[in-house]
Design a protein around this ligand. Structure first.
Ligand code: NAP
Length: 239
């Protein structure tokens, strides 16, 4: 496993949930971390929470132009992690096509655009790690959109690992993680949901962001991993 000490790591989506925990995990490995997302307030809160000397940039990763400007400002770096993205839940026959397109624009196209724009700044030792989700392999009812997006990302990564070699390209596929993604629910609703899911999972709990974060670090460090999807879901694909 190669050391991350002094390596420059960009975490797109590093201001919340899984990305924030990943940024912290990379800082703990003595990497230089650059975080980015749309909200200025999330950026400043995140910098306080993770400590260290993380740089922060405001960008919307759905915009090719803004993402290109961002990487130009960042310059050469070593590892790219993308956790940014917004999906959509709803039954296939009820979810408007426009909502599904918006979700693809964010979670699929945002990651695609980010990889394209990052390429000139990476090197032969670099890695790229994207984010999909267990609904790509085991969708519950109402998850057709996320099943499609996550499967598309898993496929994108297999293709990229061949096209971009020797740069390594992998994807982390989480199960349910306790993050601000569910911030639209009341605390009570959220706890009921987590409890219900935890009871079904072989591991008996939902994930905390740090459970997932260490997978991004592993994939950046392990020089023999490419084209792989790491399912880290507490056994959700089995239930
Ligand atoms: N939590 C789960 O249970 C779970 C399960 C499976 C998969 N996942 C996937 O894991 C990833 C991270 O989820 P999370 O739970 O950590 O969510 P989160 O806490 O809501 O964090 C999402 C991050 O992405 C950023 N972001 C969203 N849209 C963006 C855009 N257009 N441009 C730039 N940044 C953007 C957000 O910041 P701004 O709002 O400031 O832009 C935030 O930093 C997502 O792809 C999600 O689908 C999550």
């Amino acid at each position: 496993m190669s050391s991350l000490k002094g390596k420059r790591v960009v975490v797109l989506g590093g201001t919340s949930g899984i990305g924030l925990a990943a940024a912290k995990a990379f800082l703990d490995e003595s990497a230089q971390v650059i975080i980015a997302s749309r909200s200025a307030s999330k950026l400043s809160d995140a910098k306080v929470k993770i400590g260290g000397n993380a740089e922060g940039y405001e960008i919307d990763f759905r915009s090719e132009e803004k993402v290109a400007d961002f990487f130009k400002k960042v310059g050469k770096f070593d590892h790219l992690v993308v956790t940014a993205g917004e999906g959509a839940m709803g039954h296939f026959s009820e979810l408007p096509v426009a909502t599904v397109r918006e979700a693809f624009d964010s979670k699929f196209w945002g990651q695609y655009i980010s990889v394209r724009a990052a390429l000139p700044y990476l090197n032969n030792e670099s890695s790229i790690t994207l984010t999909s989700g267990v609904y790509g392999v085991r969708p519950p009812q109402g998850a057709t959109t996320l099943a499609s997006i996550n499967s598309a990302i898993d496929g994108l990564v297999r293709g990229l690992s061949v096209d971009l070699a020797p740069i390594r390209v992998n994807v982390v596929s989480p199960g349910i993680v306790d993050t601000p993604l569910y911030g639209g629910m009341s605390e009570d609703q959220r706890q009921v949901m987590y409890h219900g899911i935890a009871k079904q999972l072989p591991v008996g709990r939902v994930a905390q962001p740090k459970d997932i974060a260490e997978t991004y670090v592993y994939l950046a460090k392990n020089g023999f991993t490419t084209g792989t999807s790491v399912l880290i879901d507490g056994g959700a694909h089995l239930i």
